[in-house]
Design a protein around this ligand. Structure first.
Ligand code: C5P
Length: 214
């Protein structure tokens, strides 16, 4: 039995108290991965941005809003976990300044200065212990396999799940799972729970080292 941390859903970066940047991530892949991991007997902590999907009752869920909060909570959970699956779609940019009161319309264009948010999987993979593992997702529209392998290596992850852009906010997914070193392990297509089961089986086989008491 392993303790697996799953980041899930989008994050939000506020411009002012009522407006924010975000994306269409639904958290469906995260909830399917959580269920698949529980079904294989693992302990699961989900660190989730705001979503309306329900996570399995047996998973511990930590709710966050911003990418920095997701990093802080994922780091805390990962410190006593075996592995991390980065299934979230965190906002990659945040406003340089967050206004404390609602921005008023002036009749002129509004210029936003955005800075990059931290990369959660890359940050945690860079500091992981040798017995810990990190799985990332990659969503690309062209040169899909090549870019996924580049990402796997740049983020120093152990496995990457390359999926299509149609996966976002959809019930189905089509993925290719690639192991560190660039070995393509398998491809799965269909409803997200089915795809998640395939991914978790590969994680079990290639990343989770059996221990004497598991
Ligand atoms: O670089 P890109 O966003 O395409 O990488 C996707 C992978 O990185 C996913 O596993 C996603 O959860 C993770 N990610 C992250 N922190 C970010 C951006 C992406 O953990 N700020």
């Amino acid at each position: 039995m392993a303790h697996i941390v799953i980041t899930s859903g989008p994050t939000r970066e506020y411009l002012d108290p009522v407006r924010y940047l975000t994306n269409a991530s639904s958290g469906r892949m995260g909830t399917s991965l959580a269920q698949a991991a529980l079904d294989l007997g693992h302990q699961v902590t989900v660190v989730s941005g705001p979503v309306s999907v329900e996570y399995p009752a047996k998973a511990k869920v930590v709710w966050v809003t911003t990418t920095q909060e997701m990093l802080d909570e994922a780091r805390m959970a990962f410190s006593n976990a075996d592995g991390l699956i980065g299934a979230a779609a965190p906002c990659d940019y945040m406003p340089e300044h967050v206004e404390t009161s609602k921005l008023q319309k002036t009749g002129n264009d509004l210029m936003l200065h955005l800075k990059e948010t931290p990369d959660i999987v890359a940050t945690l993979a860079a500091k992981k212990l040798s017995k810990q593992w990190v799985v990332a997702f990659a969503l690309e529209t062209q040169d899909v396999r090549f870019r996924a392998i580049v990402k796997l290596s740049r983020k120093a992850c152990d496995m990457i799940v390359s999926n299509s852009a149609q996966a976002m906010n959809s019930l189905d997914n089509s993925v290719e799972v690639i192991l560190r070193g660039g070995t393509v392990l398998d491809q799965f297509y269909g409803p997200k729970p089915l795809v998640a089961t395939g991914i978790l089986r590969l994680i079990d086989k290639h990343l989770i080292v059996p221990t004497a008491n598991s």
